[in-house]
Ligand binder design. Sequence first.
Ligand SMILES: Nc1nc2c(ncn2[C@@H]2O[C@H](COP(=O)(O)OP(=O)(O)OP(=O)(O)O)[C@@H](O)[C@H]2O)c(=O)[nH]1
Ligand SMILES: [Mg+2]
Length: 428
Amino acid sequence: MPENNVQNVIIAGMSKTVSNYDYSMSELEALVAANNMYAALRIDQGLEKPNPATYFGKGKVVEIKEMGEANDLNIMVINADLTPSQVRNLETETGLQIIDRTGLILEIFGNRARSKEAKLQVKIAQLQYQLPRLRTSMANRLDQQAGAAAGGGGGYTNRGSGETQIELNRRTIQDRISHAKHELKELNKDDEVRRAQRDKAGLPNVALVGYTNAGKSTTMNGLVRLFGKGEDKQVFEKDMLFATLDTSIRQLTFPDNKQLLLSDTVGFVSNLPHNLINAFRSTLSEAARADLLIQVIDYSDPHYKEMMATTETTLKAIGVTDIPMIYAYNKADRTEANYPNVQDDQLIYAAKDEASLQLLTKIIKKKVFKDFVTTTLLIPFSDGDVVAYLNDHANILKTDYLADGTQLKVELNAVDAQRYAHYEVTPA
Ligand SMILES: Nc1nc2c(ncn2[C@@H]2O[C@H](COP(=O)(O)OP(=O)(O)OP(=O)(O)O)[C@@H](O)[C@H]2O)c(=O)[nH]1
Ligand SMILES: [Mg+2]
């Protein structure tokens, strides 16, 4: 779909089935916009329980059909996940194309995916979603996407086709899933190698996490500009949901030679589909391995608290628990709050403000370099390479040239402290 070709759609929800319904509808509206659609009409129903056959109640279904016709709208996006038969029945009875919440998110991810890995991950999730839905128009929409992502092929017709055709399609989809999974596994092998190399370096891992569009990538880019030291590759940042669908890792080197690895990854939204979480497991695993998480929060959004709750829930779902966290309240330039401003583990800042980034750096360093020790080493002149190494990799606080060698007062990480313990002396 071309960028500017915005499609008007109906959005609809069942108000009593979700807590905080209005917020969740505003989130749906943002998701709809992220999919190049505009929520031209909103329909709510207050039933206690969805109708098992058509999701909405009988009368409402008639009303929806009439509203769709009167307003010349062809698509309805629903703020819930429907069963495949509910989608089929609703499509038949309203004449509208139905997109449920998971289907919508899968479409957005499908449009955003750029890297080979992201494309494969999305494709797997889309195909898995399609399997039980072969006779719905949603299956067709996603099939076209998956086909396009795979470089053509795949466009078969589902509607009105007989049972044998469905069986055939089902097998084709299963084959495509296995194929994509195999390809992904091959790609992940390279990741494993890179990961092992990074682990060997023993640098602390810091991961930016949080709700989509909070400013994670902007924060990453700001820190890389300040401390990237040759790692000037900027990641993609943009005012849209799910701008980032990959994990990027950059090395930061501070003036005192301390180093860490910073990762930026895909953002979260409420009820991120399970298929998608599974498919993106390797992308998200960087956060699970982190020594420190920085939760970036859009403090200028009135719903920031709900977004934080969403982040916590999603982190749990991907198995991230018990990792220390800094709460980074971003976009303070759009609020009345004083910034940069820090209290314990909470920072109010703006990702484009250098003083903010410096303060964020200070908190991060305090957390991840806390087991650094300050020690004094006397290194014989014959071991000049050690002095050279420490000059490049450690924070030298004082250098004295003594008769029997170079004496360094130096800050060391745990690994180096152990490695050079035999040079340790008590300073005179
Ligand atoms: N005013 C203001 N805008 C900001 C700030 N930080 C980020 N933004 C804007 O917010 C939008 C989203 O920023 P990103 O860095 O792409 O957000 P993200 O968290 O990486 O989002 P996803 O990758 O989509 O999950 C961009 O338009 C940024 O320019 C800030 O401190 N102040
Ligand atoms: Mg991003």
